[in-house]
Design a protein around this ligand. Structure first.
Ligand code: SF4
Ligand code: SF4
Length: 445
């Protein structure tokens, strides 16, 4: 079969867009470890859900891997010391989301050994409650960017069951290659973590969805799965936003998660490949989530790299580790160019959800806005089958009832509509405004 035919027939979801991939600079670079820096900043809120609650005080000496903050509720998780050192402050610091957030500040002890001493294999607990608790205690979250606490997806509510587990190895955001490298370099850990999740959920079958621009990852995972008939590695067409849960389910299982429903309603749970590796690290070595791989890349980075860094590493130090910014950089984004967050300063920390640091010299959406030409490309692009053009019009006119009726709450701000729009209209920004409008309407009614 010709290469063209193979790609043309690859499974995928409906709609979506094909932004330029830009992965060449880092996709072949092995993960490197960054040295320790004098200070780390850990926002108590770096996951979806309630902020973590500190269990240490200013002045406390802590060792790498020690618990610093426990979960603030069920949908919340723990935080651990990324280095051995001293808690020097608990204060407001700038968060990558642009706001000030209460954060633990850790000063590294330059004389202490920074080698993490894992507690050793924990073994798989006998009860679900214990396993879920251990995952929460280890601070594991979805490492694809959303940072949703992973234990929540392992705790199946009464009356529900899970038949299928999907692992997201798409990494469909342009530029990012951290998941790619984890799949190539740690395929056994990914498959091991998947098996732990499958056993916990009593799932009968799992798929790992990987886009076809990562043939080495597909091969490595197939070798690691070693012919296990319950684990299938599926090559997918390269398309954005295939890594989103509902799109991945559509691409791999050809099932549609209805509006307002969750994958669990279809007896499916989705995890990220990096998260699966973190589960293996926890149960096989006793390692909590204290570090992650970050892709540092873009035309404005002197030495692009995939770097394993302690959570809390200042972005400025990470950029310096990669040779610094080149002259003319106009935008630095944490995450990918489609859903990442543009930063005003490099003085923010790497959090559990930071998949990339992207430095752009020519930000894509610099051109002037033009009037809508009713071309329908935004409709074709929207993976949630919304009408972004009509929604934007209703939002501009503050017609909250119509905005709600057009299902704006299904929008997950993937920016495919903005990318597709030839008139350069900031459609995703209008979706955010529209959601605010609905919230406002609910607050006053
Ligand atoms: S940002 Fe929202 S409206 Fe636009 S394509 Fe994505 S899901 Fe659809
Ligand atoms: S893609 Fe842009 S120009 Fe085309 S219909 Fe949608 S909003 Fe209008």
């Amino acid at each position: 079969m010709s290469l063209f035919k193979m790609f043309a027939q690859a499974a995928t979801f409906r709609h979506g867009v094909h932004p330029p991939e830009h992965k060449h600079a880092t996709e072949g670079l092995a993960i490197e470890r960054m040295g320790f820096v004098p200070e780390y900043v850990l926002p108590l809120s770096q996951h979806i859900g309630a902020p973590s609650k500190p269990v240490v005080s200013v002045g406390d000496k802590v060792v790498r891997g020690q618990l610093l903050a426990g979960p603030g509720g069920f949908i919340s998780t723990s935080l651990h010391a990324p280095v051995t050192g001293t808690v020097t402050a608990i204060e407001l610091r700038r968060h990558p989301n642009g706001k000030e957030a209460l954060s633990l500040v850790l000063t590294t002890d330059p004389f202490a050994s920074q080698r993490f001493v894992p507690t050793g294999p924990l073994g798989i607990p006998n009860t679900t409650a214990e396993l879920v608790q251990r995952v929460q205690d280890a601070g594991i979250v979805g490492l694809g960017g959303a940072a949703f606490p992973s234990h929540v997806k392992l705790a199946v509510p009464e009356g529900k069951k899970v038949r299928f587990v999907l692992l997201n190895g798409c990494e469909c955001e342009p530029y990012l290659t951290c998941d790619h490298r984890v799949m190539v370099e740690r395929p056994d850990a990914v498959v091991r973590g998947l098996r732990i999740a499958m056993a916990q959920l009593n799932a009968e079958k799992a798929w790992i969805g990987v886009e076809n621009n990562k043939p080495d990852a597909i091969k490595a995972l197939r070798n690691a799965a070693d012919g296990d008939p319950t684990i299938e590695i599926v090559g997918l067409e390269v398309k954005y936003p295939q890594g989103a849960e509902k799109m991945l389910i559509d691409a791999v299982l050809h099932k549609e998660v209805p509006s307002g429903k969750l994958p669990l309603d279809l007896e499916i749970v989705v995890h990220n490949v990096g998260t699966a590796a973190a589960l293996a690290d926890l149960f096989d070595a006793g390692t909590p989530l204290i570090e992650r791989v970050v892709t540092v890349t873009g035309p404005g980075i002197r030495r692009p790299a995939n770097v394993l860094v302690p959570i809390g590493t200042p972005v400025r130090a990470l950029v310096e580790h990669c040779g610094g910014l080149l002259p003319g950089v106009r935008q630095v984004i944490l995450g990918g160019p489609m859903m990442g967050m543009a930063q005003k300063t490099l003085d923010v920390p790497v959090t559990k959800g930071t998949s990339g640091v992207l430095a752009l010299i020519d930000p894509a959406r610099d051109a002037d806005e033009q009037p809508c030409i009713r071309c329908g490309r935004c409709l074709e692009a929207c993976p949630m089958h919304l009408n972004p053009q009509r929604l934007a019009l209703m939002v501009r006119n503050e017609r909250a009832a119509e905005v709600e009726a057009l299902h704006i709450t299904d929008c997950f701000e993937c920016a495919s509509c903005s990318f597709a729009c030839p008139s350069n209209l900031p459609l995703v920004q209008w979706m955010r405004v529209g959601k605010g409008l609905i919230k406002q309407k609910k607050a006053v009614s």
